[in-house]
Design a protein around this ligand. Structure first.
Ligand code: FDA
Length: 963
């Protein structure tokens, strides 16, 4: 349908329908904006004050988890106590800080919540059904729940839906209608594991849908965040195949704010047509706009939603029309509260002669009651979406609704709070012309691979195959100037499969080490003279080559050290970041710079390289750490000798080859695979090595610091040691912590890469009131993750690095059994170096489990009486690398910022995964020499400064000062 006259007619019809809806709807306000009520006035106040709005939502978000009146009052004070409001509102806010009124505060929030959320009681559901019948409207129900982190929680979600289905079948005259969230049907709904996630969700859905088909129910699949969209759609189509029965209506929600929405609409239409069956499509604009934008920006991914609201509105209208064009196979539900969008839908339906049964309008409970009445009064079929749940379970839903009601560009706010002119409300959406994106300046992290894109997953799988087919070679010892025999051979194996040999590496002898140092000394003079810009360019070229081979490098990590896909990719991305970041930093440090304006004298300072650098790297971030230390040394003008860990020599060899391919001279960058005890030690003690960059255990780090401090015969400079050591990192879980987040982030912080990150959490200090709930939920959540070879993406947890590591960790698990209580032990395959993850409670600060670095999947949970004690316990450690706090009390967050002295403190997020530049990483105290990698000061450790002062006075003539 098109043509100017048709469009003109459509606009005229929209204007007429819109006006009549508006006049009818303005007779009342939605309760949230009802200025007569107390809540209405607070909402109105909050609308005009962005900070108050944010504080109010933060407070409401915390409330369901607060047990005592004192806690409610404390949080009220913390969030809202600083508002100097006069009159009644000032008094209300001051009173709210009083514990005696905690009950009233809670009740008031409950009442707001009840506008949007129905109590999970049959009587309440009956009441809402009766209320809707009077409109008249039907309902679709949604059993809202907390984030599903355990299979028990997923099972409970399913049960709640089944009960709802039966209740509706009994109580309502119409077939039941239910909306489900697929991500709530399994604890692991992960796009990387498409088939596994789909299978797990289907296993639960089967049961539910069999009954739904019997009851001729309508079941609509809600659409969730962008990352899950592909997986949700795949599962939905699988449902359609598995339940081809006529007589029930399967439906899916599609989001108009997504630029790719038309493709998904077409896919559904095509499917429906090819199977000659009717499918429901609920057209929504999308509920996750703010999160999608923020997450995409954080990750540097393309933003998956429109940025101009008019584009969303325009696409909504186009898709409405598209759905209306297929009434024989599509049952459209136009879901929203926007006067223009609804008037457009009604007008478009009329133009096509669609009858009452051909489509419906859907609205959310409590969002726009007056508009509901207006739509119903026009004889349009109306259905209200009714979420059922208690406040704790429904808090995320409630906050989404409050944000949506009060956002600046919300239609509800514009209609009821701001009373916009009708012509504005009914104006056709006109997107602003898209501005060309300005080139981003400054450093930007490399985006990680988005594995929710099937093409990315396929490319990675292909890379794994390619890497495997090229394995089995021998890496020859190749130090220029010597043909000495290798000291031995190291057989590289796959930690997930003891029998799989990946390659053989010839090991360096001390003769090789001496020769490598001599080569590097010989190369120093000329490398130092290479302009910094050129050295930076070589780093950038290496980064480009690395990016070209990103999947293959990551695939090799999967096989050589047992990282899962995402972690391996993140390691490669971090390596690229280091190369580019240090290149940029060196360019900024290059050249002579005046120290101060000083008439008659010129004072200049310059950064210069220190000399031969030994780079002694660990295996746990096999590419990133080695690249970080090496690139900092190289770009600063120091020749490097790479001494990688034995367990990651194949990856190190790849880095070495890339640097040479980029153009770094062979004598400036030499690979010296050797044993730490012999070759590593020899390099540290060598008189011609001026710099040692080390990352690894505290034991070895301290030994290096000590040996490097001993001056040996022939030594010409004081050695500089850049040293990063281990941690015994603690996460504090406060009484008001969001447990959904605390459990999930702790799980990844403690068990990601099997606890073999120096930043990993190995202690949790939980406050008494949440200790038991946290511990049992964490154990249940961990139990959902099977352990297995990480090359299979269904396994995000794999083996530890070696048999030796396995035995050492197992000894700690035995020790833990005597020190505390083992509350969880997982199951692992026998084929590789697997350690079943273990969680202990009852551990005390003096226990060895709470003090020693284990470097494996073993977590100790300690219990604290209060936050201050928790902080003392966290700090009671010789290490100070990373730390974490889950709390929603601003005072506690402030206290942690001031007192929780570790190199990297993370608040309300996981404590691993630092990003170059944004989160410079490294420990203090006994965890490191305290200048963080990827930060503004790191590079300076690889340089020293020289100052030249020149008297420029000549017989009273003072030349103008330079610069
Ligand atoms: P309005 O016209 O005010 O539109 C607000 C919407 O515009 C935002 O939600 C966002 O999508 C978009 N937007 C805001 N700022 C923007 C910007 N700067 N640029 C581009 N777009 C911008 N949602 C969902 O994601 N999955 C689901 O399954 C469902 N299910 C559902 C069922 C029912 C019955 C209803 C009524 C609603 C949903 N929703 C949903 C929620 C729905 O997405 C949300 O309510 C609507 O976005 C609100 O749209 P309105 O037309 O009411 O408001």
């Amino acid at each position: 349908m098109g043509g100017p006259s048709v469009l003109h007619g459509l606009e005229a019809s929209i204007a007429e329908i819109g006006r009549s809806l508006y006049e009818r709807a303005l007779r009342a306000n939605p309760s949230l904006f009802d200025a007569r009520g107390l809540r209405g006035r607070l909402a109105a106040r909050a609308l005009s004050d962005e900070r108050l709005r944010s504080a109010l939502f933060h407070f409401i978000d915390t409330l369901p988890q607060l047990d005592s009146a004192a806690e409610v009052a404390g949080h009220f004070r913390a969030y809202l106590g600083n508002y100097e409001l006069g009159g009644l509102w000032g008094r209300v806010l001051r009173l709210g800080s009083h514990p005696a009124l905690a009950g009233a505060v809670r009740a008031s929030v409950q009442r707001v919540a009840r506008e949007f959320l129905v109590e999970p009681q049959p009587s309440a559901i009956r009441r809402v059904l009766r209320r809707l019948a009077r409109l008249p409207a039907s309902a679709t129900f949604d059993a809202v729940g907390e984030a599903v982190l355990t299979e028990q929680e997923a099972e409970r979600y399913l049960q709640r839906n089944l009960e709802l289905l039966e209740l509706l079948a009994r109580e309502s005259n119409e077939p039941p209608a239910i909306s489900v969230k697929l991500s709530a049907l399994t604890a692991r709904f992960d796009p990387l594991d498409r088939s596994g996630s789909c299978r797990r969700a289907m296993a639960r859905l089967n049961w539910f849908l069999t009954r739904a088909v019997e009851l001729k129910a309508t079941v609509t699949v809600d659409m969730e965040q962008h990352e899950l969209k592909g997986l949700i759609l795949d599962t939905f189509f699988e449902v359609l195949e598995a339940f081809p029965h006529a007589g029930w209506l399967p439906g899916i929600a599609l989001q108009a704010y997504a630029p790719d929405a038309p493709a998904h609409v077409e896919r559904v239409i095509q499917f429906a047509r090819s199977r000659r069956r009717r499918i429901g499509v609920r057209l929504v604009k999308g509920a996750y706009w703010d999160t999608e934008v923020a997450l995409a920006e954080q990750r540097n991914w393309p933003i998956p939603v429109f940025l101009d609201k008019a584009q969303t509105d325009q696409q909504y209208e186009l898709l409405t029309a598209r759905l209306f064009d297929h009434p024989d196979v599509i049952y459209p539900a136009i879901a929203g509260h926007n006067l223009r969008s609804l008037a457009h839908a009604i007008a478009a339906a009329r133009m096509r002669g669609l009858g009452r049964d051909a489509w419906e309008v859907q609205m959310l409970l409590g969002m726009a009651d007056p508009l509901c009445k207006a739509v119903a009064s026009k004889g349009i079929q109306l259905r209200v979406y009714v979420p059922v749940g208690d406040l704790l379970a429904g808090i995320a839903y409630l906050i989404r609704r409050l944000m949506e009601n009060t956002a600046n560009n919300s239609i509800l706010r514009q209609t009821y709070a701001e009373r916009r002119q009708l012509v504005d409300l009914l104006a056709a959406p006109h997107p602003a012309p898209v501005e060309a994106e300005g080139r981003a300046t400054g450093f930007r992290n490399i985006p990680l691979i988005d594995f929710s894109d099937p093409k990315s997953a396929a490319a990675f799988r292909h890379a794994l195959d390619a890497v495997r087919s090229g394995l089995g070679r021998t890496l020859r010892m190749n130090v220029d100037g010597t043909t000495d025999r290798p000291a031995g051979h190291h057989v590289c194996t796959n930690p997930a499969s003891r029998d799989e040999t990946l390659g053989v590496v010839e090991m360096a002898s001390l003769v090789h080490a001496d020769r490598a140092v001599a080569n590097a000394v010989g190369a120093f003079e000329s490398w130092r003279e290479v302009p910094a810009m050129r050295r930076a360019e070589l780093c950038r070229r290496t980064a480009d080559l690395m990016l070209e081979r990103r999947e293959r490098l990551a695939a090799l990590e999967v096989l050589e050290v047992g990282k899962n896909w995402r972690e391996a990719d993140a390691d490669v991305a971090e390596a690229v970041d280091y190369l580019r970041f240090y290149a940029q930093q060196m360019e900024a440090l290059d050249g002579w710079r005046p120290t101060a304006g000083f008439p008659g004298e010129r004072n200049d300072l310059r950064y210069e390289p220190r000399g031969v650098a030994a780079i002694i790297a660990p295996w746990n971030f096999p590419l990133a750490i080695l690249t970080g230390m090496a690139s900092a040394a190289l770009v600063a003008g120091n020749p490097v000798i790479l001494k990688p860990a034995e367990q990651a020599m194949l990856i190190a060899a790849e880095l070495h080859a890339l640097l040479l391919e980029a153009g770094v001279p062979a004598a400036v960058c030499q690979l010296l695979p050797g044993e730490g005890e012999t070759v590593g030690r020899h390099l540290v003690e060598h008189p011609d090595v001026g710099l040692i960059a080390f990352t690894g255990s505290r034991e070895v780090g301290l030994a290096i610091l000590e040996r490097a401090g001993r001056v040996v015969s022939g030594q010409r400079q004081v050695k500089r040691v850049v040293c990063e050591m281990g941690g015994k990192n603690a996460i504090i879980v406060d009484a008001d912590a969001d447990l959904d987040e605390a459990v999930l982030h702790t799980l990844h912080s403690a068990f990601g890469f099997q606890g073999q990150k120096c930043s990993a959490a190995s202690r949790v200090i939980a406050l008494k009131s949440v200790h038991d709930r946290f511990a049992s939920r964490l154990a249940d959540a961990l139990d959902c993750y099977p352990y297995g070879p990480p090359e299979d993406p269904q396994y995000i947890f794999g083996p530890v690095i070696s048999e030796q590591a396995r035995e050492r960790i197992e000894r700690y698990v035995e020790l833990g059994k005597s020190e505390g209580k083992l509350i969880y032990r997982g199951r692992v395959p026998q084929s590789g170096h697997y350690v079943a993850p273990a969680i202990f409670t009852g551990i005390l600060p003096r226990h060895r489990l709470a003090r020693e670095e284990i470097f494996g999947p073993v977590l100790s949970i300690l219990c604290a009486e209060n936050f201050s004690q928790a902080l003392d316990m966290a700090l009671d450690s010789e290490f100070a690398l990373t730390g974490g706090v889950f709390s929603r009390l601003p005072e506690h967050i402030d206290l942690a910022r001031r007192r929780f002295r570790v190199g990297n403190l993370y608040i309300n997020r996981r404590i691993t995964g630092a990003l170059v530049s944004a989160q410079p990483f490294g420990g203090i105290a006994m965890s490191g020499t305290g200048v963080q990698a990827g930060g503004p000061d790191y590079l300076k450790q690889f340089l020293w400064t020289r100052v030249v002062s020149e008297n420029t006075l000549r017989h009273g003539f003072v030349p103008p000062s330079a610069g």
